[in-house]
Design a protein around this ligand. Structure first.
Ligand code: HEC
Length: 482
C-alpha cells in the first residue's frame, strides 16, 4: 500500500491556564420525583382490564404483551418496554392507545376505548414513575446501561443492555434547556455512578448521577465529543463540528469538582478525542487540516503529526484499543480508517489506512480488541474491521441503519450498538430508500432515530431499537480489557 501522507512532527510546550468555570450548582431532580395526588396503579389496571386485556392477556397475547398485572406491564414485549417511567408521552402504552394511525387497535376494531379520564390516569401514573401498588419504580435495579444522545430533540434515551430496550428517557427541556440544545455525546464513569453529556448549542457539559439527577454543569463553548480517562479524574472535551471557528483548545475537566483547564492543541477545529488508557496521553484531530495531536497534560506538551495528503481528510472519530496499543481514526471526506501504532509514540505515522464506505463516523473497539465497528454516515452501512489482518471483515446493511452516527459495545463484547439519525441527506450522501420507518405510525414519529444491535459473532442485526429523533453519540461504562 502506498502511504498517502507525509509526516512532520513538532513537540510544543503548552501553557496550561487554569480557570475554574464551574459555578456553584443546585442539583435538580429528574428521577424519583414524588408527586402528590396522582393516580395509583390499581386505577390504571382497572382501565387496562376494561379496554386492553381482551387482546393483551392469556397465553397468546397480542405481540407478546400482557397488560393484566403490574409485573406483566413492566415485562413489556420482546421488542420494547410498554412504559418508560416518568415519560408518559414517549411510552408505547399511552402512545399506541391514543395516537396510533391505521393500526389494528381498539378504535379501528370497534372495541372499547379508553375514556379521557382513564387516559389522564395512565399519563399521571407513568409520569410519576409507573410505580407498583407498593411504590416500586420499574427498571431501577442496577444494570449495564447504554446512553443515547438524541440530537434532534432535547432528550437522552437510556437502554438496558441486558434486555436491549429503552428504560428511561431524560427530557432536557424539563431541566430548562431549549428544544434545540443539541445533546451530542455521552461518557460514563467506569462504575456507572455518573454520566456526562455535551449540549452543543447550549455551550455546556452536564454531569448526572446514576439516578439521572443533574448534579453539576460546566460552561464551555461548543462542546462535542468527550473522552473519559478511567484511571484518573480527567474528562476531555473537544469541539463540535457545527462550530465553524471554535477555540483551538480542548477542555480538561476534573470530574470530581467539574473545574476546567483549557489546553491549546494548536489545531483549528479540534474535534475527535480519545485517551490512551494507562497513560496520560490524549489524542485529538482537526476537521480543517490533516493533523493529529498527542497531548500530555502532565508534561504539558503537544506532539503534532501532519499526515499530508492533497485534500482534507476531515477526521471525525478516534478510538484506542482496550490494550492501549492501537488507535484508529476515521475520515469523513476520504473515507479511511487510519491505524496508529501507539507503541511507536512520539512517531505518529499511521501504519495502515483502510478504505471503507463513505463517511465513517464514530469507531469503537470490541473489548478483546479484535474488531472495530464503525457506521458509514453517507453509506448507510456499518463496516466491521478485523484488527488482526487490518482488513474489512464485513459490511453490514439493513433495516434500522439510516445515516449511522454513534457506536458502542456491550461490556461482554457480545453486541455492538450503532445509532442512526434517520434524516433526509443531501444528494449523493445517502442511498435512496435508506430511511427507517418506525414499527408504529404515531403521526409524528417518521424521523425517529434508531440504535441497531449487532451480534459481534454472526454480524447480524438482531434488533432495531427506536429512540427519539436523531440518534447521535452513544455512551457506556468503558469495557474492561479481559
Ligand atoms: C382488539 C385487540 C386489541 C386491543 C383491545 C388492544 N390491543 Fe394493543 N395491540 C393489538 C395488536 C394486534 C397489536 C400489534 C399491532 C401490530 O403488530 O401492528 C398491539 C400492540 C400493542 C402495543 C405494542 C406492543 C409491542 O411491543 O409492539 C402496545 C403498547 C399496546 N398494543 C397497547 C394497548 C393498550 C394500552 C390497549 C388498551 C387501551 C390495547 N393495546 C388494546 C391488539 C389489541
Amino acid at each position: 500500500m502506498q502511504p498517502i501522507w507525509t509526516l512532520s512532527t513538532a513537540t510544543i510546550p503548552i501553557l496550561i491556564a487554569f480557570a475554574s468555570l464551574a459555578a456553584g450548582f443546585e442539583a435538580s431532580p429528574v428521577d424519583h420525583l414524588a408527586r402528590a395526588g396522582v393516580a395509583g396503579y390499581p386505577e390504571v389496571q382497572q382501565a387496562l382490564d376494561r379496554a386492553c386485556t381482551s387482546c393483551h392477556s392469556g397465553d397468546a397475547p397480542a405481540r407478546g404483551l400482557r397488560l393484566d398485572s403490574w409485573e406483566h406491564i413492566v415485562a413489556g414485549s420482546e421488542d420494547r418496554t410498554a412504559v418508560i417511567p416518568f415519560h408518559a408521552e414517549r411510552s408505547p402504552l399511552l402512545a399506541l392507545a391514543t395516537r396510533l394511525e391505521g393500526g389494528p387497535h381498539p378504535a379501528e376494531l370497534g372495541e372499547a376505548e379508553l375514556t379521557e379520564t382513564e387516559i389522564e390516569s395512565i399519563r399521571a401514573w407513568i409520569d410519576d414513575g409507573a410505580r407498583s401498588a407498593e411504590g416500586e419504580v420499574p427498571y431501577s435495579e442496577p444494570g449495564q446501561l447504554l446512553y443515547v444522545a438524541n440530537q434532534g430533540v432535547a432528550t437522552v434515551a437510556i437502554i438496558d443492555m441486558g434486555t436491549n430496550r429503552v428504560v428511561r428517557i431524560i427530557d432536557l427541556q424539563e431541566l430548562g434547556f431549549p428544544p434545540n440544545c443539541m445533546p451530542h455525546h455521552i461518557v460514563v464513569e467506569p462504575d456507572g455512578s455518573h454520566w456526562y453529556l455535551s449540549l452543543i448549542a447550549a455551550d455546556v457539559v452536564l454531569k448526572f448521577d446514576r439516578s439521572n439527577q443533574l448534579v453539576a454543569r460546566l460552561d464551555i463553548e461548543r462542546p462535542g465529543l468527550l473522552a473519559l480517562d478511567p484511571e484518573s479524574d480527567l474528562l476531555y472535551v473537544a469541539r463540535s463540528m457545527v462550530a465553524v471557528n471554535p477555540p483551538s483548545t480542548i477542555g480538561v475537566v476534573r470530574r470530581t469538582d467539574m473545574t476546567m483547564e483549557q489546553v491549546d492543541t494548536f489545531l483549528p477545529r479540534p474535534h475527535a478525542v480519545a485517551i490512551r488508557p494507562g497513560s496520560a496521553t490524549v489524542f485529538t484531530a482537526s476537521l480543517a487540516v490533516n493533523t493529529v495531536a498527542a497531548i500530555d497534560p502532565l508534561e504539558e506538551t503537544v506532539e503534532l503529526a501532519d499526515l499530508g495528503g492533497d485534500r482534507p481528510h476531515t477526521f471525525i472519530g478516534l478510538a484506542v484499543s482496550p490494550d492501549a496499543r492501537w488507535m484508529v481514526g476515521t475520515t469523513e471526506l476520504t473515507s479511511q480508517v487510519f491505524v496508529f501504532d501507539l507503541d511507536r509514540l512520539p512517531d505518529m505515522i499511521p501504519v495502515d489506512s483502510i478504505p471503507v464506505n463513505p463517511a465513517p463516523w464514530h469507531p469503537v473497539f470490541t473489548p478483546d480488541g479484535r474488531q472495530v465497528y464503525v457506521g458509514n454516515n453517507w453509506g448507510n452501512s456499518v463496516t466491521v474491521i478485523d484488527m488482526e489482518t487490518r482488513e474489512v471483515k464485513t459490511v453490514i446493511e439493513g433495516r434500522g441503519i439510516a445515516q449511522p452516527h454513534g457506536s458502542a459495545v456491550s461490556p461482554d463484547g457480545k453486541y455492538a450498538y450503532v445509532s442512526s439519525r434517520n434524516l433526509e441527506m443531501p444528494d449523493g450522501h445517502s442511498k435512496a430508500g435508506h430511511r427507517y420507518a418506525p414499527r408504529y405510525d404515531l403521526g409524528d414519529n417518521a424521523t425517529a432515530g434508531t440504535v441497531v444491535v449487532i451480534d459481534t459473532d454472526t454480524q447480524e442485526i438482531v434488533k432495531v431499537i427506536e429512540v427519539p429523533e436523531y440518534g447521535s453519540g452513544l455512551g457506556t461504562a468503558a469495557p474492561r480489557t479481559p
